[in-house]
Design a protein around this ligand. Structure first.
Ligand code: XMP
Ligand code: MG
Length: 178
């Protein structure tokens, strides 16, 4: 199926305001601590770079990157996810915050959470910009959520359809072309 850019779901202004709010919550919660922020590539890259710039100097932050891919649609539902690029930081004994663009069924984040927890971090929390709550099949504990959104395919602000549209500054609904 092909998609075109549909109406704006979240404007640049709404995104900016929310990212500021999440940043200040994280800053308060982690003041004086050392934290590894983990960006889940590629979708979270825009959100991540805006978010970490809201954290400020009171948190001793390190940035790292993780890329996963899920096997085709049928195996995805069995929760089979593969690491494409691992962290370059040893997170043992560290405070870690995973930053992701969107939480849908929960398979990706439950896999990533389990994987990183096995490495013995001091703490591990999740920050997601968007939550399609009604689609959840796996429970995931998320400490920081931006927006709960309806079950629509969304693009922009890092989110793609087949690699397209990540660069758009707002979040749009993707409209099927027929
Ligand atoms: P799960 O189901 O593992 O899915 O929670 C999370 C991943 O699914 C992708 N996803 C989307 N990507 N627009 C996108 O561009 C969407 O509306 C959407 N819904 C799910 C995304 O890669 C995310 O990491
Ligand atoms: Mg993603």
């Amino acid at each position: 199926m092909e998609y075109r850019i549909g109406r704006v779901l979240l404007s640049e202004e709404e995104l900016r305001r929310k990212v500021k709010e999440l940043g200040s919550r994280i800053r308060e919660d982690y003041k004086g601590k050392k934290v590894v922020f983990v960006c889940v590539l590629k979708g979270a890259v825009i959100f991540f770079s805006d978010l970490v710039r809201e954290i400020g100097p009171d948190v001793d932050a390190q940035l790292d990157f993780l890329a996963i891919s899920s096997y085709g649609v049928s195996t995805k539902s069995s929760g089979v996810v593969k690491i494409q690029k691992d962290l370059s930081t040893d997170i043992h004994g560290k405070h870690v915050i995973i930053v992701e663009d969107i939480l849908d069924t929960g398979l990706s984040l439950s896999y990533i959470g389990k994987l990183l927890r096995e490495r013995g971090p001091e703490s591990l929390e999740i920050c997601v910009l968007l939550d399609k709550a009604e689609r959840r099949t796996q429970h995931v504990d998320v400490k920081y959520t931006g927006f709960t959104i309806p079950d629509e395919f969304v693009i922009g602000y890092g989110l793609d359809y087949a690699g397209q549209f990540r660069h758009l500054p707002a979040v749009h609904i993707a409209e099927p072309l027929d």
